[in-house]
Design a protein around this ligand. Structure first.
Ligand code: 0PR
Length: 356
């Protein structure tokens, strides 16, 4: 039998991934629902009911009352569908739609723009967050969606969401927030915002990242039903009459594990983990700065550090799973499986390889 990759014994050495070990209850639920298909709710009624519960629980995490949405296959599908909602709603208003995203936006938006044939405009950053004035210059009457990222892939930074949302609404465009990774940490930070203050229309929050559900459970949330209706296609030979998801058949494992993880961890478990991970990230950033490396100060628990290329490669040779930002910094994402003990061993290896 082929070995799982990476070996769960070595999970502690996986430093750049946004996936983690699922919570034990999530793992058990995933196994129970592995052969169910929430894409066919007329046949698989229990998993369909569980999906409504998943959305309701995700709404609590995102402080969105009466949420609509569904469990996607990861953040890519959720982001693509959010862009599709915006594009479809603007039919009749523009033949040449554009979407304005921060330069830090995940590459899933490039896929969305390509598939949906919308123009992608990238707004520059200041201190790793979108520059809202520069963003405003890119918005025009063909803009259908303005995107903010809450927990960027490379640096874990949070864009000024209320300002991004105000900009979108002044332009009659939708506001989408990509909190695929950050969503389960934001409620415990100064970056939490309320849907009452920020008119966000759609949001990506992935249970399979900090939510500790099984890979690849993603989450798309929408403020109201009419937004999801922009995705509906007729389903003539199913019991249900319409489908809003991008994929057809999908495993119920994602849905069931998302519910089980949130039932076990919201809010105290996630709060405790955020506190632990933030302390570990601060400590690691301090240790690296003390050794003279340039560190991007963590906002959410993600540490980016400028290491010489040879050092980076030597650490990978030691078995540390590290990746680099576009600008070349090594990223350490302090996920639930990343312990202070493992990072102490990482620092020992770093000190050794740096002097070799
Ligand atoms: N939005 C954000 C902010 C993300 O960070 C990611 C994924 C997505 C959307 C897309 O989610 P899915 O991959 O679930 O569709 N984040 C990175 C990625 O896997 C995380 C990453 C980056 C992991 C570099 C490893 C790595 O080496 O693309």
């Amino acid at each position: 039998m082929q070995r799982a990759d990476p070996d769960p014994q070595d999970f502690a050495r996986v430093l750049s991934s946004m996936c983690t070990r699922p919570h034990p209850a999530a793992r058990a639920a995933a196994e129970r629902f592995l052969a169910t298909n929430p894409g066919d709710p007329g046949t698989y009624e229990s998993v369909a009911a569980l999906e409504r519960e998943a959305v309701e629980r995700l709404g609590r995490v995102a402080s969105l009352p009466d949420p609509e949405g569904y469990v996607t296959s990861g953040g890519t599908e959720a982001n693509l569908q959010a862009v599709r909602i915006a594009r479809n709603r603007a039919r009749g208003r523009t033949d040449d739609p554009n979407v304005v995203v921060p330069e830090s936006a995940h590459f899933s938006f490039s896929k969305a723009a390509d598939v949906l044939e919308v123009e992608l405009r990238r707004a520059p950053l200041v201190d790793y967050r979108v520059d809202v004035d520069a963003m405003a210059e890119l918005v025009d009457c063909d803009t259908v969606c303005v995107v903010g990222v809450a927990g960027t892939t490379e640096y874990g930074r949070v864009d000024p969401i209320p300002a991004v949302a105000a900009l979108a609404h002044d332009a009659d465009a939708l506001c989408h927030v990509d909190a695929a990774w950050g969503g389960f940490a934001l409620p415990f930070t100064d970056h939490a915002w309320d849907f009452a203050d920020a008119p966000v229309d759609t949001m990506t929050v992935d249970p399979h990242k900090l939510g500790r559900a099984a890979v690849p459970a993603g989450g798309l949330l929408a403020r109201d039903r009419s937004l999801l209706d922009a995705l509906a296609v007729d389903t003539p030979y199913l019991e249900s009459t319409a489908q809003v998801t991008l994929t057809g058949t999908r495993s119920g494992a994602g849905v069931a594990s998302a519910v089980a993880a949130m039932e076990a961890l919201w809010p105290d478990g996630y709060a405790r983990e955020h506190e632990r991970a933030s302390a570990v990230a601060e400590w690691l950033a301090g240790e690296l700065s003390y050794r003279g490396y340039d560190v991007v100060d963590p906002t959410l628990p993600l540490v980016a550090v400028d290491l010489p290329q040879a050092t980076f490669e030597a650490l990978r040779e030691c078995g540390w799973r590290l990746s680099q930002t576009g600008a070349g910094e090594a990223r350490v994402v302090v996920m639930p499986h990343v312990s202070r003990e493992a990072l102490s061993a990482f620092l020992t290896d770093l000190d050794r390889v740096a002097t070799e």
